[in-house]
Design a protein around this ligand. Structure first.
Ligand SMILES: Cc1ncc(COP(=O)(O)O)c(C=O)c1O
Length: 454
């Protein structure tokens, strides 16, 4: 069979809109072009009208893009086409074609995240794999500690708890974050812990979310990174929510390790994430699963490029996701719409609920906003997401938060995407008020029944 044509050169027009241009026909066709379309000057209007570009069921309103993301139909089509190409001639694919294609993708994504060199980027299926690769690879000296925030994602905490079997529990150093905290207060809380006599010079690695999951807060990762590095600590940034939700610049951030999911906000299919490792730290890191080595210029590239037989279609479709973004008007237009809708969402929901958004400073969140629920009934709050799903065809996380005042309050996290608009938010707000009203009526009925029995 004739080898498929693969073009790997990166366009001279690279760096337009902050990333190299690359594209492939949505039909796949076995050809990788290296030229993205420019950002569309007249993109379609954002809002509910765009839902037909995504694979949602007819009446589904996705207000939880943050959990699992949602790839556009064109990206799913590209992934299907890559799958087809792989199965067309598996030996041609795995032995000859895929590494060239992946090299191309590495260049594209390195450029997109502002890395100085594609050699510093590896693909992993998700943030959990990336974080595990880092945490399981490093050998923590017995007199050093790992610092993390109480708001770290569960996966990070679970991995550390598991790994603490091989070091002492006292080596884990959680820093308590009590929301709402400002960026300055967060930096100060970490500084205070780092400067305690028992911790000074003892922190080996510090881990921070780039954007916390709940509540959805952007952390001051650049300042935290510089602070921890000044205290001789390595820094791992969990950017699961950052890729595609906010602009990124790896060179400027200068962390030691950074992981980001494509399948959340970038619009690539599930199972597409990046691990960026600073050049001088790469020899420390091995993938969690070691197999034959793939191809690449460095040991880091080689080991991560083949961790056992698996499909590369999700990774390769990241270029289709970037093409989609260009077709929608480019990153700046997407970021702007999502954030402005999140701010409006906070205002509208807090008006409907008679409450407030958690973070008064809207620079601390991007496309996800947390709003207080008008109830303190924990049992009811627990049922709200599933009731929304069964009765209103939507779902948002509802969760308790212990605040500064030591009181527990309940919040919703709403994700705002280019396929949402305020009518979705109004529907959500009214649905929640109805659920709360219905619950109150039920309670009254029960009480009356009880009184009647007595
Ligand atoms: C902050 C954060 N880190 C890591 C993850 C894990 O992502 P994945 O399940 O794709 O590994 C998530 C998922 O929501 C997250 O919010």
């Amino acid at each position: 069979m004739e080898a498929k044509k693969v073009s790997t050169t990166v366009s001279k027009e690279a760096k337009h809109n902050g990333f190299n241009r690359i594209a492939h026909g949505t039909s796949g066709g076995g050809v990788v072009e290296t030229k993205l379309p420019p950002a569309a000057l007249n993109p379609p209007a954002f809002g509910r009208g765009l839902r037909n570009l995504f694979p949602f069921g007819k009446n589904y309103t996705n207000l939880n893009h943050g959990s699992y993301g949602s790839p556009p139909l064109s990206v799913l089509e590209a992934a299907r086409s890559w799958e087809r190409q792989m199965e067309d001639s598996p030996d041609q694919w795995f032995r000859y074609d895929v590494y060239k294609l992946m090299d191309n993708m590495r260049s594209l994504m390195a450029s997109y995240i502002g890395a100085s060199d594609p050699k510093d980027v590896a693909f992993v299926p998700n943030a959990s794999h990336g974080v595990n690769a880092v945490l399981r690879s490093i050998n923590i000296p017995s007199d050093r500690k790992i610092l993390y925030l109480s708001s770290a994602y569960g996966m990070v905490k679970h991995t550390l708890t598991y790994l603490s079997q091989s070091f002492r529990q006292e080596q884990l150093l959680p820093v308590t974050i009590t929301w709402p905290m400002s960026s300055d207060q967060i930096v100060e809380a970490v500084k205070t812990v780092l400067e305690k006599p028992e911790n000074k010079g003892k922190v080996y690695l510090a881990s921070f979310s780039h954007i916390v999951s709940v509540p959805a807060a952007i952390l001051p990762v650049k300042r935290l990174t510089a602070l921890c590095q000044a205290h001789s600590s390595l820094v791992l940034i969990d950017g699961a929510h950052a890729l595609g939700q906010i602009p990124l610049d790896m060179q400027d951030l200068n962390a030691d390790f950074w992981v980001g999911n494509g399948h959340k906000w970038l619009y690539s299919p599930k199972g597409s994430a990046l691990l960026w490792v600073r050049r001088d730290r790469q020899s420390m890191i091995e993938p969690t699963t070691i197999s034959w080595e793939g191809q690449g210029n460095t040991h880091f590239q080689q080991t991560f490029s083949y961790t056992g037989t698996a499909s590369y279609s999700a990774y390769l479709s990241m270029s289709a996701a970037l093409t989609f973004r260009q077709n929608m008007g480019g990153d700046q237009a997407i970021f702007k719409y999502m954030h402005e809708l999140a701010v409006k969402t906070g205002a509208l929901l807090s008006k409907i609920f008679g409450t407030e958004v958690l973070l008064a400073d809207d620079n601390m969140y991007s496309a996800m906003v947390d709003v207080r629920l008008p109830t303190t009934n924990a049992a009811l709050v627990q049922t709200i997401p599933q009731q929304l799903l069964t009765q209103y065809n939507t779902w948002v996380p509802a969760y308790p938060l212990v605040l500064e005042s030591n009181s527990t309050k309940y919040y919703l996290r709403v994700s705002c995407q280019i396929y949402n608009d305020l009518s979705d938010i109004e529907m959500l707000g009214n649905a929640i008020m109805t659920l709360i009203k219905n619950n109150e009526n039920e309670q009254h009925k029960k009480q009356r029944k009880e009184q009647h029995k007595q």
